[in-house]
Design a protein around this ligand. Structure first.
Ligand code: GUN
Length: 298
């Protein structure tokens, strides 16, 4: 009985993203018709990191598909920090732009902190500025960071009621680990949260007790089926390129969880690709529409 496998549900992030994007597109139509305003997102990419190029391309496409204006700014890897900051200052004052996104990571000679700090908090649709992070931590109205917000939506979409559950987050990045731990423990979601990281000696000791595991470590195979409690919901944030000569691009994408061994143990799991990724983009559109609404009502 103990070793019996269960039917693991695949959490279809693309489906959930499509549902929400249809709602967002309706909101865009409404604000265009009622206020004569087109929500606009500026996407800045410095350099040509292949993964970043593919992320920003997907963000720009999603923005246009939702009926928004997308201003795409590609800068050479040698661009200086002050040039990027100057551009952000210009966008801060541009009334056609409601959201500013600077794709991370930036080239090493540019301080991410200085660049993020330059974004006006009311246009910070990534939720990365210290003002928005602080507001999130104290429960004030703010733009929630896109991937963590999308993760909460995915857990709810899986059918799990988060309240009272034990959630284990693996990874303490500023973009995912730390904010998702904060969101899961807010009064609305009310989970008990354990945050594991590279200093945690025995991660499995915690994950075996978890109803929800969010893995955002950046390494394939970080989470395996033997580390899970039966029925746990697994949210896999990892996007790792594995060389694969049988694929046209010469690689395939895998998450941080070992999908095969989690099958039959997890109650539900997000696939990679098609899980968290589409939701990150969707929550970015959501925040951009919200910013445009605020500008229209200001
Ligand atoms: N790099 C990896 N994830 C993200 C994200 O959500 N936003 C930005 N701006 N950069 C990223």
């Amino acid at each position: 009985m103990q070793n019996q496998t269960i039917n693991t549900k695949i959490i279809d992030g693309k489906q959930l993203a499509d549902n929400l994007r249809a709602e967002i597109a309706e909101g865009v139509c409404r604000i265009k018709n009622e206020k004569g305003l087109t929500p606009g997102l500026a996407v800045i990419l410095v350099g040509d990191n292949p993964a970043s190029v593919s992320y920003v391309t997907a963000k720009e496409r999603a923005c246009r598909e939702a009926g928004m204006f997308s201003r795409e700014i590609r800068l050479a890897a040698e661009t200086t920090e002050s040039e990027v900051v100057r551009l952000i200052n210009e966008l801060n004052g541009d009334s056609a732009i409601h959201g500013i996104l600077v794709q991370l990571p930036l080239p090493k000679h540019i301080s991410e902190k200085s660049v993020i700090n330059a974004i006006a908090p009311e246009k910070d649709v990534d939720g990365f500025t210290p003002v928005n992070v602080g507001r999130m931590m104290i429960g004030e109205d703010c733009y929630l960071p896109c991937t963590p917000h999308g993760i909460i939506k995915l857990i709810e979409f899986s059918g799990m009621d988060i309240r009272g559950k034990h959630a284990v987050v693996i990874g303490r990045s500023n973009i995912v680990g730390k904010p998702v731990a904060a969101l899961l423990s807010r009064r609305e979601t009310n989970a008990t949260v354990t945050l594991c990281h590279t200093g945690t000696p025995d991660v499995a000791r915690f994950t075996r007790e978890a109803d929800i595991v969010v893995v955002a470590a950046g390494h394939p195979g970080t989470l395996t089926g033997d580390m899970l409690k039966k029925g746990a919901v697994v949210i896999d944030v990892g996007v790792n390129r594995i060389p694969d000569a049988t694929r046209p691009k010469g690689f395939r994408l895998v998450g941080d969880a070992d999908f095969e061994s989690c099958q039959g143990v997890a109650g539900a799991i997000t696939p990679v690709p098609g899980g968290v990724g589409p939701m990150t983009i969707t929550m970015l559109l959501w925040n951009t529409l919200e910013s445009a609404r605020r500008a229209a009502n200001a």
